[in-house]
Write a protein that binds this ligand. Structure first.
Ligand code: SAM
Length: 421
């Protein structure tokens, strides 16, 4: 059959659900007879939804289309506060499964006409009596419209067990409401041409059901015999979210390390007068360094208009490095800049947003193996990046326990390694 509608009817059906979701903002949504997962793929972008479940009797079909529900690389690179868990089950809507209970919205688009009439009865009691969601959207073909579909003889699909007219659909829906404590509104998508809406109706008829307030249907206590698990999970994924502590820490760490280095470089540039912020290679006595240190400790470096103090120290401040590994503590040439956490917190809005308070920031960083905090936990230790291996060798060779000051060796001409090959 050639498409008669623009946009195609299946897209109009899905758009109907999307509009409903936009309006009602459900958190837990299940699509029964999800087939190729097309509706689920649209729904996963809706921020209100935290749990998105698909069920279909055809497990192979779900598996074939599941890739469209996997997180995108941007979901990992820029996780948001949105929490989303997607779960797909192979199973029949005529059977109960406790994991489908307590949803805000259950949809079943173009499914019931694929069931035998006895199975429609099972479907009604499973969906309305057992799952008992707050809202249900059910769509099915309106047989009265069939005469307007060019070239159609019989049902619209070979697998349809029936196609109801509007009155048959209404009778079933009203009975369901009476049996299970719901109310229903009727609507549809796919309008007939020229004022025939009243006489023919929509091509797809839709019932939107709402559970009546105070209805106690479907209240099954956990652990009772009704707590059955008849569906098989075929796909399950947690989208990366800042609500997940691991994800939060990863994003926070990358922000902290970026800003700590920015602030360090900025301070160094100011201190040294060099744009790249190299540490001064000081060929000086201990006293001179101490004088320089005490001056620098007073210094306030300004980053982004917000002040933060940064300190520089060498071996003289070893005792400050509470969290430093032994090999770093004993090295005379390791040099660090102290970046106060409150400076980081006030400089970077993202760090503020992610951590909430300086105290939280401190707690989150304390558990991170890749950062070193000062002993009182108030500052981050940023290792100076200009380490010169030649200088290191020089320090070790010369150090007879008398020198506490990192010294620069006279610069040697760079070797051309490639020339040796
Ligand atoms: N809902 C989708 C849509 O609107 O694009 C797919 C509709 S498709 C016409 C009907 C789907 O219902 C098929 O994917 C089929 O496998 C599924 N189905 C049929 N009987 C079912 C049952 N007893 N339990 C669960 N799914 C069933």
């Amino acid at each position: 059959m050639n498409p008669v509608f623009t946009p195609p009817l299946h897209l109009q059906r899905h758009q109907f659900v999307v509009d409903f979701v936009r309006k009602t903002k459900p958190k837990k949504v299940a699509d029964l007879g999800c087939g190729e997962c097309k509706l689920l793929k649209q729904l996963k972008f809706h921020r209100s939804i935290e749990l998105l479940v698909g069920v279909d009797i055809n497990g192979a079909k779900i598996k074939k289309h599941v890739h469209g529900l996997a997180p995108l690389s941007t979901d990992y690179l820029q996780p948001t506060n949105h929490q989303l868990h997607v779960e797909l089950y192979q199973g029949s809507v005529t059977q109960r499964d406790a994991r489908l209970r307590g949803f805000d919205l259950v949809t079943s688009m173009e499914l019931i006409e694929h069931l035998t009439l006895p199975d429609v009865e099972h479907f009604s009691s499973v969906v309305f009596g057992y799952m008992s969601p707050a809202s249900v959207i059910i769509s099915t073909p309106n047989s009265e419209f069939n005469r307007l579909l060019p070239g159609l003889t019989g049902f619209r699909n070979y697998d349809h067990k029936f196609e109801w007219n509007r009155s048959q659909f209404r009778s079933w829906a009203v009975k369901v409401c009476l049996d299970h404590g719901y109310e229903v509104e009727f609507t549809g998508v796919g309008e007939p041409p020229q004022n025939q809406l009243e006489s023919v109706g929509f091509c797809t008829q839709i019932g939107v059901f709402h559970r009546l307030k105070g209805s106690s249907h479907g209240n099954v206590l956990p652990g009772s015999e009704d707590e059955v698990f008849s569906y098989t999970s075929v796909y399950s994924i947690n989208y990366p979210s800042l609500h997940d502590n691991n994800t939060l820490c990863k994003v926070l760490m990358s922000e902290v390390l970026y800003w700590a280095h920015q602030m360090t470089n900025s301070w160094m540039a100011e201190k040294t007068g060099r744009p790249n912020g190299d540490l001064p290679h000081r060929e000086s006595e201990q006293g001179e360094l101490e004088e320089w240190l005490s001056e620098s400790q007073k210094q306030r470096a300004c980053t982004g208009g917000l002040a933060c103090s940064v300190d520089y120290f060498g071996r003289g401040e070893e005792q400050e490095c509470g969290k430093l590994p032994q090999q770093q503590r004993s090295a005379t040439f390791n040099r660090f800049v102290l970046v106060p956490l409150d400076g980081l917190w006030s400089c970077c809005p993202k760090i503020r947003e992610l951590s909430g308070s300086v105290e939280n920031l401190k707690q989150l960083l304390m558990d991170q193996p890749q950062v070193n905090l000062s002993q009182d936990g108030s500052s981050l230790l940023v290792k100076c990046e200009e380490q010169d291996p030649e200088q290191v060798d020089c320090d070790l060779e010369d150090d007879k326990g008398t020198r506490a000051v990192p010294v620069s060796c006279p610069a040697e001409p760079e070797e051309d390694w490639e020339a040796d090959i």
